[in-house]
Design a binder for this molecule. Structure first.
Ligand code: SF4
Ligand code: SF4
Length: 400
């Protein structure tokens, strides 16, 4: 494991952080023993930054992390969690949530505490409620050690928030497709120049950059002298930048953990040469031409009152366009949206009644109902019923 320093406090953080947003699940709930095993294994291998948040796994992620950090693990790591900004309606709320989080995590302090999912307007509201005073006092009384924020706002608003509090760190969405999106590369450089540690979320853009590359992209990767798989390209590109402190990875498969640990052992800054950086730029351009929706699969837009499975609709829609797997995506759409593989409740894009309830919840500012209309028209053609019947039959055959 390699480590990078937090400029304002000298902490050495592992360049790979463990994200607890997508822990392994069994029968609809966190597979506790497996998740704890995974977290402890990552710590044993040198990971020392663990990130969770109030809403992850319906509020159970923090509790699980607290359990995983018993038996001597808490002392080995830095815990990061987040004030649920959108739930705050008073100064007292801030203390109430923090105290509840300390209890759930079974600890007396949070090492890295963030205001969650900030945009300019949300920051203004929190300011009115007294968030500056909250952070100051929570630091003074020792409940938190370092203050930061995670960002989902517009590029032009990022610097104002950086300058509005003496933060130790921030967390931004950044990957080779999002260089000009939200904080983007300019934000990364701005924050680093102000001595903030920068934690990276969505390094694989909701996992999409780690999937087998579509043919057009693979052709570009094939030009590289050093062969790398898509995950290695995406993570190496990030670690190549010295302004990056930690990359958060939501790792819920043992194989992914092993791969990420292996890559983190060689994640040096400025390790890619100019030719390789040029290949990444061309791949990014190709992806952007293929991608239909900039959905990261965060799920903040759910639940939808009409039960539309919004993130899955967009995932399959993107898969269809980016990876050229027309039939596979349509068959997958037919069965997954039917609800047969989950709770039996269907969630097709055509179920959207355009109520608009999801719009303000999307940190990517996707015009969800409009895009869903496009999904419905492309994925729900006259062959839908036939595909559903065929897939059901195939599944029954497999089971029997
Ligand atoms: S606009 Fe459509 S997708 Fe969004 S919450 Fe309403 S019904 Fe659901
Ligand atoms: S549509 Fe927006 S809120 Fe919903 S999963 Fe995608 S990125 Fe997240």
């Amino acid at each position: 494991m390699l480590y990078r320093k937090v400029p304002k406090n000298g902490d050495d953080l592992s360049i790979l952080g463990f994200g607890c947003m997508r822990l392994p699940v069994k029968n609809g709930v966190i597979d506790e023993s497996r998740a704890i095993r995974q977290i402890r294994h990552a710590i044993d291998q040198g990971v020392n930054y663990l990130d969770t948040a109030w809403p992850y796994h319906g509020g159970e992620s923090e509790r699980l992390l607290g359990k995983a950090l018993q038996d001597g693990y808490r002392e080995q790591v830095k815990v990061a969690t987040k004030l649920p900004s959108v739930l705050i309606s008073s100064r007292d709320d801030m203390d109430r949530y923090l105290d509840a989080q300390l209890e759930k995590l079974g600890t007396d302090h949070i090492d890295y505490y963030l205001a969650h999912t900030l945009t300019a307007s949300l920051w203004n509201i929190l300011t009115t409620f007294g968030i500056h005073d909250f952070f100051d006092r929570a630091k003074e009384d020792g409940r938190i050690t370092n203050a930061g924020f995670s960002y989902h706002g517009l590029p032009q608003d990022f610097a104002k928030i950086v300058d509005d509090y003496p933060w130790e760190f921030c967390q931004i969405q950044y990957n080779y497709l999002d260089q000009e999106y939200q904080a983007g590369r300019a934000g990364l450089h701005y924050a680093a120049a102000k001595d903030l540690a920068v934690i990276i979320m969505e390094p694989l853009r909701g996992g999409n950059l780690g999937k087998p590359a579509p043919p057009k992209v693979q052709t570009i990767w094939n030009e590289a002298e050093t062969s790398r798989n898509p995950v290695e390209w995406a993570l190496s590109w990030l670690w190549n930048q010295p302004e990056v402190t930690v990359i958060l990875s939501g790792m819920n498969e043992e194989a992914h953990i092993e791969e990420n640990l292996m890559l983190a052992a060689k994640g040096y800054p400025e390790a890619l040469n100019q030719k390789e950086l040029g290949l990444v730029d061309r791949v990014a351009q190709t992806f952007l031409e293929l991608m239909k929706v900039g959905c990261t699969g965060c799920g903040y837009c759910t639940p939808c009152p009409s039960n539309v499975m919004i993130p899955i609709c967009f995932e399959l829609y993107n898969t269809m366009h980016m990876f050229g797997q027309l039939d596979a995506a349509k068959f997958s759409y037919a069965i997954r949206m039917s609800g047969d593989l989950s709770d039996g409740v269907s969630g097709y894009a055509s179920q959207c009644v355009q109520c608009g309830e999801c719009l303000d919840k999307c940190p990517q500012h996707i015009p969800i109902p409009d895009v869903l209309a496009g999904v419905a028209s492309e994925m729900e053609d006259s062959g839908l019923e036939q595909r559903l019947a065929a897939t059901r039959k195939m599944l029954m055959t497999r089971i029997n």
